[in-house]
Structures are given as C-alpha cells and as structure tokens.
Design a protein around this ligand. Structure first.
Ligand SMILES: [Fe+2]
Ligand SMILES: [Fe+2]
Length: 479
C-alpha cells in the first residue's frame, strides 16, 4: 500500500494521517511568547523549527528555541511523537493553538502490490537501548500535565472505537473460519482476510481489539487468529516506532495478514480435532496431525503466492529457541526463524494463555506475562520477548488492577518502562467494593502516592458472567 505526503489545512486533518511537518502557524508564532514557546517545546519535543531572522532562515533544535524567535515551520516530526498520529480531536487541538497547515503522510486507498499478494514485511530492527520517548518525561512536571491532555484525547478515541472493534473481532473470526472451511474444500483465497484487514486499518480499531483480547473469551482457532493478528501488529508497530522509524503502513497491513493466516494449515486438520475439548498426548495421532499444521500452512501460503515473511510465520511460529524441547516443531534451525516470526511465537502463546481452551480457564494478561518471562531464552528469543513485554507493559491495556488506595481500576495506557506500576487508569470500584458510576482518568505518573499494586483476575472477581468485566469496561465514560 503506497504512502504519500501532501499539504493539508489543519481543519482537514483526518484520523490515520501522520503529521510530518507544521507548515504554517498563526501570527502568534511570529514572535514567540513564553507560553507558546512552552507549548511547542512540549508537544513537538525532539523536532526542529525553522526560524526567521534578519539574515534569513535557520534550523534550530526545538529545545534551543528562545523567547521572541519567529517560527516559520516545525520539521523533523518523528512518528514516535504522540501528536504525530492524527486521531479525532487532533485537528481541534492544533487549531485552538494557532496551527494552520501541515504536511501529512497517508496511505493511498486501494493501492496494492501486484497480483493482490501480501507484501513482505519489513523486519523490525530490534534495539537493546531504546530511544527516549515522550513517555519518559518527569513525574508531575508541567510537561507531563500537558501530555496528559493529549493522552486523554487518545483514550477517548480508544473508548469510541470499542464497539466497532468488537464487531470487527466477531466479523474477523467468521472470516478466518470461512477461509479454513473453504480450504477444506480445496479453495484457498486471502480475499476475505485482506478486506477485513483493510476495514480494521481504516477504522483504526486494532488497539481496541487488542484490549478486548484480554477482556473477553476467545475460541481456540478462529478468534485466536484474530487476537494474535492484532496483538502481533500492534507490538510490531510499537517496536518499529521505538527504534525512531516511521511505521510502514504496507508492513502493518502485511503483519495483520500474516497473523490472520498463521494457522491456515489447520484447514487440513479435521474439525473434530480442532474443536475438541481433549488434551492430546504428545505421541497421539491427533497431536501429530495438529503439529503438521505448520508445514501444511507454509505449503498452502506458498501455493497462494503470499510473501515470504507470511510463509515464515506460518512455518516456524512453533519453533522454540531450544529446538530440542518437545513443544518445538517442525525441525528447523533457529536462524531460519525471522524476528517477526519469533515475535509471533510469543504472541501465539500469550493469546493461547489469555484465550479460552476447553481444557483450561483463561488467564489474565498480567499472569500470562509472568509465565512468558519464565520461558525467556528457552522457548523464546530473549530480545523479542523483552520487546513484547515493553510493548504490552506489566499491566496491559484492559487489565483490572488493585491500586495502593485499595480501589480497583482498569488500565488505559501503559506506563514508561521504568515506571511500570504507574499506568493511566480509570477507577471502577472503590476500596469498599462499590461500583462507581462516574469515572475519571488517573495518571499515576502524576500521583506520587498511588501505584498499581497487583493484577486482579477479572473473570474471578466479576464471576456472575464472563462478560461482566467487559461490560463494566465498555461503560466507562471519561469526563
Ligand atoms: Fe499454530
Ligand atoms: Fe496459533
């Protein structure tokens, strides 16, 4: 899918666009007053400004701007910057602050690679040392309060997309089931999955779908593929962003497709075995058939002409770092396993733990995280597992946590790496066990005396129905 840049007036910004430059600012910026200076240095941290003086124009790092400089434009906006991703409310936010026109990049609708095949995925460049991000700002500073304002707009958008995300999740699972059913009749097509992926990207519902994966049960094949796909894509994009590069929309799309199709080989496994409540022994006929889904999948995707990374994910997502483990299959050298596939193998197990299996209960995300950590270096590549944990946080979005005040709250945004017990939350139940009807966001980075202490099993805590926790989560409205 092609990406191109163009100039737009700020009121024409649309969700999904990426801000690249601020091209035109109101007269307020002709001579920078201290308040405007503070605003641009906070919101556009890490960028540069083009300033005008008697000798012409010059580039200045944003943190080196001085009061009364005259800004002509703001450049070098990295997609890592929170403000860079346009969401509902961004246009109004920027307009109110005197920003008039921007350069944005967006994808061109309908542009595909030749033959409608999935493009290969640009591999995430894994870094040990992350670049500083905006989340790294100091606790309780004025900057952090301003950032909180932007995060609040993002969280409101997230809440607005929940309903669509649930519909997308249900619809996607149907699409995966249909693809496998058609495969059983010898007809393989990626059309259904591709248009589903386009819809998810168009509606920006992947972040909310990822949260729903931890809150709502899944089946062991179809919703499993849907949940694995959105979690894989969100983590992948996050890894790319944290390396300071712009996420490539074509790669995001291909990652979603790879996630949706990673278990396509299960179409050659009888449905009774796939849907069975039994736990098969390692040497049983059923287990052998199940294990073959990886090599079947690679062969099917090759015949369909899919990209090599999509094939690699299907082929090797069950290969463990220690290939001698019983859970590792098929036989393969670990260096044949692409980084994306290594990430997919973490996400695959994570989803299996938080999702339903007929023979076990769902685990809450925080418990699944602890389990995965125990397999670091044996089952999973250390660096990809670390990147996954960084991206999901100690308490992933949608987790129910007990705060040090005794209140129970849902997590809406994870905290920076060094402050994992300080996410942004909404309290839903007070320490006396009473459900609240009014909710407000609490940014624990701004509350020095409160931390998230432990994850609560929302299935056990709200035991009347499995979906009660989800119902409470979706009823949250932020003032
Ligand atoms: Fe699999
Ligand atoms: Fe899987």
């Amino acid at each position: 899918m092609a990406q191109y840049s163009r100039r737009v007036n700020v009121q024409d910004l649309k969700p999904g666009m990426i801000l690249e430059e601020i091209l035109e600012l109101s007269i307020d910026y002709a001579s920078l007053d201290p308040d405007s200076l503070n605003f641009v240095q906070t919101i556009f941290r890490g960028t540069s400004a083009v300033v005008v003086d008697d000798s012409g124009t010059r580039h200045v790092r944003i943190d080196q701007l001085q009061p009364f400089d005259q800004i002509q434009s703001i450049v070098d906006i990295s997609s890592d910057l929170i403000i860079a991703r346009v969401i509902p409310g961004t246009a109004q936010y920027l307009e109110q602050r005197g920003i008039l026109a921007c350069k944005v990049s967006e994808r061109s609708a309908g542009a595909r690679s030749a033959g409608g095949q999935a493009e290969d995925i640009e591999e995430p460049h894994v870094v040990m040392h992350q670049l500083p991000t905006l989340e790294g700002v100091a606790v309780a500073s004025e900057e952090a309060r301003k950032l909180h304002e932007i995060k609040k707009v993002q969280i409101k958008h997230f809440l607005d997309t929940l309903e669509t995300a649930l519909q997308n999740r249900n619809q996607s699972s149907g699409v995966v089931e249909e693809m496998l059913d058609q495969g059983r009749r010898g007809v393989y097509s990626s059309k259904g999955v591709e248009s589903m992926v386009d819809e998810i990207m168009q509606e920006g519902s992947a972040p909310a779908m990822k949260a729903i994966a931890g809150l709502k049960c899944s089946d062991q094949t179809y919703t499993h593929c849907t949940d694995t796909s959105v979690i894989l894509q969100e983590c992948y994009t996050d890894i790319i962003r944290r390396t300071g590069r712009a996420p490539n929309i074509a790669s995001e799309r291909s990652t979603l497709i790879a996630g949706f199709m990673h278990d396509i080989g299960k179409s050659e496994v009888p449905k009774e075995i796939l849907d069975s409540a039994s736990r098969y022994t390692p040497d049983s006929r059923e287990m052998t058939l199940l294990r073959n889904h990886a090599t079947y999948g690679a062969r099917i995707l090759e015949e369909m002409g899919m990209g090599s990374s999509t094939i690699n994910v299907a082929h090797y997502h069950h290969v463990k770092k220690d290939g001698t483990l019983l859970t590792s299959y098929p036989d393969a050298k670990y260096d044949q396993v692409l980084p994306l596939t290594r990430l997919a193998s973490v996400v695959d197990v994570y989803q299996a733990l938080i999702g339903n299996r007929r023979y076990k209960r769902n685990w809450v995300p925080a418990k699944a995280m602890e389990y995965l950590l125990r397999l670091r270096g044996s089952e999973f590549d250390e660096r990809m597992l670390d990147q996954f944990l960084d991206s999901m946080g100690r308490f992933p979005i949608g987790s129910l946590v007990r705060l040090s005040t005794g209140d129970l709250a849902f997590v809406f945004m994870i905290a920076p790496r060094d402050h994992l017990d300080r996410p942004i939350v909404a309290v839903v139940e007070n320490a006396a066990g009473e459900l609240l009807t009014h909710h407000s966001l609490l940014d624990l980075m701004l509350e020095p005396d409160i931390v998230a202490e432990e994850a609560i099993d929302h299935y056990a805590h709200y035991s009347k129905t499995e979906d009660q926790a989800y119902d409470i989560f979706t009823s949250i409205r932020i003032d």
